[in-house]
Design a binder for this molecule. Structure first.
Ligand code: ATP
Length: 306
């Protein structure tokens, strides 16, 4: 697979603040590539440079072979953008919002209308096409904002937190549609705070922390590397804590993290551990499969970042 978005030592500064601090990554054509990171990590700033709405301070950035410094207009014409905010025009109807957007791309009206029909159908909004934006639920507005990103029939779709604020039904519907687009060959780049979303959609992802990339892999490889095969959550009282920690320290292949009244034991190898080995009441021990959230919290910490 060839690379369709390439960043080398990319930097963005706002005055004295370095929001993006020399990151390098490549997105392959046809894949779904995710940006994960706590609030303020630099995800939106990176997206804004890729979509040519914010100039780069340093480094190289190309989109579909075009340099963001030299060909911003062509890049904007080639990509679909779903911003974090639903910036729809409240005075226009659903269809009119899409028509106005189509005009930005100088597309023939007949082609725009055809694509509007397809996009509304895909996101199940055809029956609301003549309604004003204010009468739509926030979930419908989000779906419309994603549909709008398809009007120029982009090869690359850039989505900033596509499902934030959606209920579970709408979120699953959007995931299904995004998977459908990817199966049609659309390259996707997305930011999300939902680890389940990242695991569901992303072929590969990076974790950004304080403007730097601190991990890059497939979701499964990240889980294997940073969280292991099993997570054991032990709820302990003060009296049990020290003897338990001593027993855990003596075990091979485990990494231990103490968070308030819970001890997380990440089991890296072997067949896991049982409650008897820990000499604990079974009711205080929860065994589960590790997930991306474990990876994220281990790498970026459990304290608030902003
Ligand atoms: P979130 O998950 O909250 O959306 P993010 O990872 O997208 O966070 P960014 O919005 O890229 O983070 O912000 C990165 C840093 O740059 C933050 O410290 C933010 O306050 C700062 N920042 C972003 N935009 C500007 C701006 N226009 N002017 C000054 N500072 C900015």
């Amino acid at each position: 697979m060839s690379d369709i978005i390439c960043a080398r030592d990319l930097v963005k500064r706002y005055g004295a603040l370095t929001a993006v601090d020399g990151i390098s990554f490549s997105v392959r054509a046809g894949e779904c590539f995710g940006f994960l990171g706590p609030n303020g990590a630099g995800k939106t700033t990176t997206i804004r440079m890729i979509t040519c709405v914010s100039p780069v301070t340093g480094g190289e950035l190309t989109v579909d072979g075009m340099d963001v410094r030299r060909e911003p207009r062509r890049i904007k014409g080639a990509i679909g953008v779903v911003p974090q905010e639903n910036n729809l025009d409240p005075d226009l109807s659903v269809r009119q919002n899409l028509q106005v957007y189509g005009r930005y791309f100088d597309l023939p009206p007949r082609l725009v209308n055809e694509r509007i029909g397809e996009a509304l159908e895909l996101f199940q909004l055809s029956h609301r096409q003549d309604d004003r934006i204010a009468s739509l639920s926030s979930g419908m507005q989000r779906r419309l904002t994603i549909a709008r990103g398809l009007i120029n029939s982009p090869r690359i779709l850039v989505l900033d937190e596509p499902t934030t604020g959606l209920d579970p039904q709408a979120r699953h519907m959007v995931w299904q549609k995004l998977r459908q687009l990817r199966s049609q060959g659309v390259t996707m780049l997305l930011t999300t705070h939902y680890m389940e979303e990242a695991a569901h959609l992303c072929d590969r992802l990076v974790i950004i922390f304080q403007g730097k990339i601190i991990a890059e892999e497939t979701p499964a490889a990240l889980i294997d590397r940073f969280a292991g095969r099993e997570v054991v959550e032990v709820h302990v009282g003060e009296a049990e804590r020290r003897p338990l920690m001593e027993r855990l320290d003596a075990m091979d292949g485990v990494t231990v993290e103490e968070v308030e009244d819970i001890i997380y034991v990440y089991v890296r190898a072997g067949d896991g551990i049982d409650a008897a080995a820990l000499k604990l009441e079974a009711s205080k021990v929860v065994y589960r499969r590790p997930n991306l959230e474990d990876v994220f919290l281990r790498l970026t910490g459990r304290g608030l970042q902003e």
